[in-house]
Design a protein around this ligand. Sequence first.
Ligand code: ADP
Length: 422
Amino acid sequence: MTDENQATIVYIEDDMASRILVQRLLSSRGYQVHVAADGLEGINLARDTEPRLILMDINLPGMDGREITTRLRSLPNFADMPIVALTANNSPGSRELALAAGCTGFLTKPIDVATFPGQVRDFLEGRVEPLDVTERNTHLQLHAQNLVERLETNIRKLESANKRLVELDRLKSDFIVLVSHELRTPLTLISGYAHLLDVQMQSASAGTLPIEALSGVSSGLQSGINRMQEVIGEIINVSRIASGTLDLSLGPVRLGDLVNRIQSDFAEVCQKRHLTLHCSGMDELPLIEGDGNRLRTALENVVGNAIKYTPDEGSVVVVGRKVDDETVAIRVRDTGIGIPPEEHRHIFEQFYVLGAMAHHSTSKSAFQGGGLGIGLAITKGIIEAHHGRIWVESDRRDSGSMPGSTFHILLPIRRSINSAGD
Ligand code: ADP
């Protein structure tokens, strides 16, 4: 076995089948072959293993093979190392471009297993493919242009990702303020009732408390605790949706029943605010396969928002319709302030509170009362976990003319076999 045959080779290649083939072939000839699936990993591997030769795929995700070669050539120990391009791209000029970028040679894939080990040995023994000066200069210029173009594209991508991160960071800060506010209000209620209980116990004669006083206190405490549980439940839901771990417990769901319950939950608020909440077609919908509790949360958020963003005396209409044998549709239309078209996508993002920080109050049902900005993100997560779709239609936001909003939901009847609207 010669010295060459014990040489270490690094192969940078994103295609697993090519990696396995080349590694097996060269290992069987006594070479030590280390593989990397992308450029950054490849540069680290080359630095760590100090190979005698590098085989370089050209079309790689992230940095391409020519860019990696140019980078390696600037590092100590890599100036004279054989770096051989191994690529399926045999288009005119690609050989010259690879050599101008710093490659020692240019081999094409698919490799010929009979001749490939010999070609590798030639490069290990000092073979360098020639490129005349004019060709080198022309392709070096082209290579530089490609580099700058890619640099510009990447800077643009980074800038827009950074902008998005700054925005997300701001939304999260607002969210923390809202959550603290949402939790502090019921906590104040709980602490008030606890104090009341204390006062009543101290003043109670002979250690007895009238039962009415106790039940008033306990229902006050309960409502504070319920609200806190609701807020915490919403936060847990949104984090499950964000991490893709929302679990569904599937069974037959009668959407009409869900909406009837939602209607009776909101009956008192509607009466107080002289709003009408009208439902039609829901009871005629077929049973669907889904998670009843989660679907109820989803519908409750949409109907709750419709009520919240509609002024007193307005109306909210929920209409159910069987689209075909596979899909049902639910439409929730309100006569409220509306949503500007440029916000239609954003309102389904988590923490997005459209203009509500200024209006924020803790009432869930008051006109434009506050929310955490996660209700619709949760709703969308639940609907999509059912392989359904949700979107909104609204012309504009105008609290003078009240253009209204219409939310559309599509749900497959059998979640396991169908994707609504796909
Ligand atoms: P929030 O908890 O703030 O209500 P959501 O995620 O439920 O958060 O809604 C996000 C934003 O979408 C709200 O801040 C509100 O501005 C807007 N929105 C949602 N539903 C309606 C509706 N029916 N009419 C007008 N605006 C709405």
